[in-house]
Design a protein around this ligand. Structure first.
Ligand code: ZN
Length: 266
């Protein structure tokens, strides 16, 4: 049962409420999230059609849904970065994303991915926006690219999938580390270690809904409400209270994305 005196305040810093699976159930999804203390949502676009959907959501739920705009390495082919800059220049935009590198088999050629990624990093630098980064099987290349942007742009490694040693190197570049449902899984020793070692001022929480399973829930059924499950696990791993993890992660998210608190919030 849920604690009726629910005092925690959480932000899902990376969820795809712009995914078609949420379209008809959005009010319920937001209600269920709020009941678990998850009150604000950073929603990254990923392909060209999702740019306008993401903006519509942000305008429908002002102060609740915060948009990020970018083209994910999986979707570079349909039209490239055309039209993106207009979205990044909007006043409600809180980040560039979701962008990055994915060197798993079958992905776009690495040169094309790097070209689009660097172009979007430059757009972030120009506007002073943080960047939400997807990095799969590409940590070395990512590290080399971000090294050239040290001090110019703040990067969030979303659903971080590297080792603690790799995490240290990215922390040295000033990156934030974001934990998703993958940290909740019982056997995920590598992620558990990262959650224990990450500095208090450098971690965020997310679900990447509806893409990443948690210990209790299959990926397709994951919603922003599961940010709480991520928070509970991170608290357990760090040996601190849930309240402390919420206070830290929410403070980090608000500082990084420049979000205001909700009215009537403790
Ligand atoms: Zn994502």
């Amino acid at each position: 049962m849920m604690d009726p005196g629910n005092q925690v305040v959480l932000i899902d810093t990376h969820c795809h409420l712009n995914d078609a699976s949420f379209t008809d159930v959005l009010d319920d999804v937001l209600d269920r999230a709020r009941r678990e203390g998850v009150v604000q949502f950073v929603v990254p676009a990923y392909d060209r059609p999702s740019l306008s959907r993401t903006l519509e959501l942000a305008r429908r739920f002002p102060g609740v849904v915060f948009p990020a705009f970018g083209i994910h390495p999986w979707y570079l082919e349909d039209g490239g970065l055309e039209g993106l800059e207009g979205y990044l220049s909007l006043q409600e935009t809180v980040a560039v994303g979701e962008v990055g590198l994915d060197l798993a088999p079958g992905m776009a050629p690495v040169e094309a991915q790097e070209g689009a990624f660097v172009a979007q990093l430059d757009m972030a630098v120009e506007r002073g926006l943080p960047v939400l980064v997807h990095c799969r099987k590409a940590h070395e290349r990512m590290f080399n690219i971000l090294g050239a942007y040290r001090g110019k742009v703040t990067v969030v490694l979303h659903s971080f999938s590297g080792s603690a040693e790799v995490m240290e190197r990215f922390l040295d570049l000033g990156c934030y580390i974001s934990f998703s449902g993958s940290v909740t899984r019982q056997g995920a020793k590598k992620y558990h270690r990262c959650a224990r070692l990450v500095p208090a001022e450098r971690f965020l929480l997310e679900t990447d809904a509806p893409s990443i399973a948690t210990q209790t829930t299959v990926a397709s059924l994951v919603e922003p409400l599961h940010t709480r499950e991520v928070a509970v696990k991170v608290a357990e791993l760090r040996g601190v209270s849930l309240e402390e993890v919420c206070r830290l992660s929410t403070g980090n998210a608000r500082r990084l994305f420049g979000l205001e608190g909700m009215e009537g919030e403790k």
